[in-house]
Design a protein around this ligand. Sequence first.
Ligand code: C2E
Ligand code: MG
Ligand code: MG
Ligand code: MG
Length: 292
Amino acid sequence: TAKEAGKSRSAVFDHPLNDTFMERMNIEKHLYKAMENNEFELFYQPQVDLSLNKVTGLEALLRWNSPELGFVSPYKFIKIAEDSHLIIPLGAWVLRTACAFLKSLHEKGLTDLSMSVNISMLQILQTDFNEMVINTLQACDLSPKYLELELTETVLVESYDHVLYKLNELREHNVKIALDDFGTGYSSLSYLTHLPITTLKIDKSFIDSIHTGTHQAVLIEQIIIIGKRMNMCVVAEGVEQTLQLEYLQQQGCDKIQGYIYSKPQSAQNVEQLLLEWEHTGIGTPVDNICNN
Ligand code: C2E
Ligand code: MG
Ligand code: MG
Ligand code: MG
């Protein structure tokens, strides 16, 4: 019957695996020319220091608006950019753009602000990675202490000794190192004692577990305690609710990044917001719950 024929056809063409494969191919095809066509943009999300009640940093987050594909999530295209090695020039562009923007904010009087930039494993493994970072800072006339590189735990598992050497060298220059998505990877806690980590970023999944009465909610207390005892800055990511914020404050978390204060925004909009907050203060945070 027609129904059966339709079914078997969809079994071939609409199988989830095929969809993913086609989607991947399609993204990869358009990704190659996206850089030269200036289709990438950086958005920036404020990080609020809870004891100062002030924005002390921004995280740069890549956005791709493709004329053919529309907005593509970084969760999709970053992986493909890594596999195709496009992440090397793209990551260098991200660093340059973020540092230049930070410099321009310093010049507008926002002199305490730092910049956090996400780095892929493949980037660190490039022999000239540290040199590229230092050169970029110099070209922007920025002190390295204003830059924080965000790494995930998978970076560390892959090539431990080599990565350790490079991170130590970057720390000697005073670049900060954050462990991103902490608690979600395969990390052993001993990484924390051996690597020159300055900042722990607690993953959103832990923040979501606050007030659920689960074991994950217990872990978050311990993560904060361990981070503090090791003199790290502890940052909570993906904070959306005032109840979460109050809890994190009680537990001694240092900084908050989440929709409760601000979503990631374009350079122009975030600059406007920061200059406004310089005068008015950051105001009362409001619940901003988003299920994605
Ligand atoms: P990430 O580094 O862990 O960044 C945090 C993600 O959480 C961002 O997603 C941010 O928009 C989102 N987020 C922040 N606060 C909230 C909140 O309160 N609620 C919710 N629902 N989400 C929140 P985004 O921008 O989609 O980026 C996803 C991931 O893509 C990043 O996770 C990072 O791993 C990667 N990424 C983004 N930009 C770059 C880049 O320039 N280079 C590299 N290598 N990776 C990047
Ligand atoms: Mg990050
Ligand atoms: Mg994260
Ligand atoms: Mg992540």
